[in-house]
Design a protein around this ligand. Structure first.
Ligand code: MLT
Length: 265
């Protein structure tokens, strides 16, 4: 469905009934990365999966997509649906958004699920690479993003086990809007370091990562797990960056187990 959210037309799915869980996808993907989680969890929860502005079927806007802006979008969506506080999951860039969200809207978060992400900001070289990528996208379209992101997104084992997986991911990348790809690249480059926030997170937090993630080393997840007071870490052996599609059954099992703690809260 669509709604006017924070000044643009956002597309999202809202499935099931129960405690709300919001799943935020990463760069340069869309809400369909959570398809298996929606199918499994909608039986017991209200599962909300938005397309971030500029991605999937959501409208694109020009300019830099700062993580604070994208966090405002998510808070506005929860208010529109009248369903906060929610348990909120963020994959990679979705995790960067979650840190910005928690700084500003902690009252809307009942629990956090940090998937294949990190708290640290980019080093100067990483920031420059993102700006170069944004400029190439503006001139050439999505091809430079596909060249940079497709190969490291999935572990070889996942591609071998599911021959259509890589083309599904490529399809998402090629269908992202150019302002979305450029705007989020610049927004990620500008993001604030969240290391100082970790010890202040008071809600239950689940941290998930693949041991074969070629984009964000799982050591980043181990560091976050040590710094966040009420955190539980689960590593997926042999999985790459896109856990929700690479190991959907195992991820659903881990999510269902961890979510039980909210039944009694
Ligand atoms: C993502 O999956 O959202 C990106 O890999 C994050 C990043 O480029 O830092």
């Amino acid at each position: 469905m669509n709604a006017s959210i924070n000044g643009f037309r956002m597309h999202f799915d809202d499935a099931g009934k129960g405690a709300p869980i919001l799943f935020i996808h990463g760069f340069p993907l869309n809400r369909t990365i959570w398809k298996a989680q929606v199918e499994a969890l909608r039986k017991s929860y209200r599962v909300i999966t938005p397309d971030v502005r500029g991605y999937g079927e959501s409208e694109a806007t020009p300019g830099v997509y700062d993580m604070e802006l994208l966090a405002d979008d998510m808070a506005a969506l929860l208010r529109h649906l009248q369903c906060g506080p929610a348990i909120i999951a963020g994959h990679s860039m979705g995790g960067y958004m979650l840190f910005a969200f928690y700084r500003k809207y902690s009252e809307l978060a009942r629990g956090l699920i940090l998937v294949s992400t990190r708290a640290v900001a980019d080093a100067p070289e990483g920031k420059a690479n993102r700006e170069a990528l944004a400029q190439r996208v503006e001139q050439e379209g999505p091809q430079p993003v596909v060249e940079k992101m497709l190969a490291p997104m999935l572990a070889a084992a996942a591609i071998a086990a599911n021959p259509t997986l890589q083309s599904e991911v490529e399809y998402m990348m090629r269908n992202a809007s150019l302002p979305g790809l450029a705007g989020a690249s610049r927004g990620m480059a500008a993001r604030r370091d969240a290391t100082d926030l970790l010890s202040k997170i008071t809600v239950p937090t689940l941290i998930l990562a693949g041991t074969a993630d070629a984009l964000i080393p799982h050591a980043e997840s181990e560091k976050m797990a040590q710094a966040i007071p009420n955190a539980h870490l689960h590593l997926f052996e042999g999985a790459g960056h896109l856990l929700s599609m690479e190991q959907p059954q195992e991820m659903n099992r881990v999510l269902a187990q961890w979510l039980k703690k909210f039944d009694s809260l």
